[in-house]
Write a protein that binds this ligand. Sequence first.
Ligand code: ATP
Ligand code: MG
Length: 308
Amino acid sequence: MPRFACSDRVAGQASAALLRLNVVGIVQQSGAHIPKIRIAGLRHEYRDRQTGASVLALDRVDLDVLPGEFLCVVGPSGCGKSTLLSIVAGLILPREGQVLLDGVRVQGPAASRGMVFQEFAILPWRTVEANIGHGLELRGTPKPERAKVVSRFIDMMNLRGFEKKYPHELSGGMKQRVAVARTLAADPEVMLMDEPFASLDAQTRITLEEETVKIGLITRKTIVFVTHSVEEAVFLGDRVAIFSRRPGRVKECVQVPIPREQRVWNDLVSDPRFIEARDRVTRSVREEVLAGGRDLDGARPHSSNLRH
Ligand SMILES: Nc1ncnc2c1ncn2[C@@H]1O[C@H](COP(=O)(O)OP(=O)(O)OP(=O)(O)O)[C@@H](O)[C@H]1O
Ligand SMILES: [Mg+2]
C-alpha cells in the first residue's frame, strides 16, 4: 500500500467534496482541502508485560479526514478499529507514526476530540441532564449557560421528560443518545464514534442513524465512525474506509455519491447509488474476512461484518 493512498484520493476528490459541502454550508472554501485529521505511517503493537507476547494491531495506516467530513471505518473484527480511534483520541500513543489534528501532533487526550465508546459510557450516578452537561462542567462553563446547552441537546435527542432520570431507568437507545449528547455538548471539533449503535434494536438504530445524519449536518463536525454494519457505514458516511484484517491498514476507500441531506432510510434502500456503494464495500470487507479464514482473534468470521 503506497503511503497516503487514501490521502491522494481525498485530495483528488476534494474539489467535488468542496462543492457538495459548500452547497449545504458545511465548510468554508478556504482551507477545506487541508485535512482536519492526518494519520501517517501509523503502527501499533500491544505488548504483554508479563509474557512478552505481542499483537500487531495496526500497520502502515495512512488516512486523511477532511474538515466536516463524515468518515466511516469498517473491517473484520480485531483489525484495530478501536485501537485507531483511541490513538486519534490520544488515549493510546502509537509505537510508530503520528496523528495530526489541524497539523498539530496528537500527544494525549483533549476536549477537542470527543469519543463515544463501543460500550455505553455514561456515568450511572448522574442524571440524564447531569451526564449531558458533564463535559461543560469539567470545563467550568457557568451553570445558566450549561443549562441552555443541555436543554438544546435534550430536545435534539428526544429526551425531554427524562432529564432527571438515572441511566438504569433508561432504555438502551436512550442511554446511547445520552452518550452521544454528552460528547456533542462538550463541543469537540472532532467526534470519534466506536460502534455506538451496535447493541440497539433495528428500529432504534435506524432512528439514531437518521438523527446522526442530521446532527452531522447541523453541527458540521468532522466525524470518524466505526461500525461493523456496511449498510450503516454507507448510509452515514461521505466516505467509507475499509480496513484489512489484522494488522489493520487502509485497504481502500469508497466515496458515497449521495448528498448527506438526502440520507433517509426509506428513500435510500432502493437508490442504485446506495446499492452500488454498499455492494462494493460488502465485497471488499468479505474478501478480508474470508482471506483471514478463522478470525485472527480465534473467532470465526462472523456475519455481523455484513449485517444490517
Ligand atoms: N489493551 C490491549 N492489550 C492487548 N491487546 C489488545 C488490547 N486492545 C486490543 N488488543 C488486540 O488488538 C487487536 C485489535 O483490537 P481492536 O479492539 O482495536 O479491534 P477492533 O477492530 O476494534 O475489533 P472489534 O471489531 O471486534 O471491536 C486485537 O487482536 C485485540 O485482541
Ligand atoms: Mg472495536
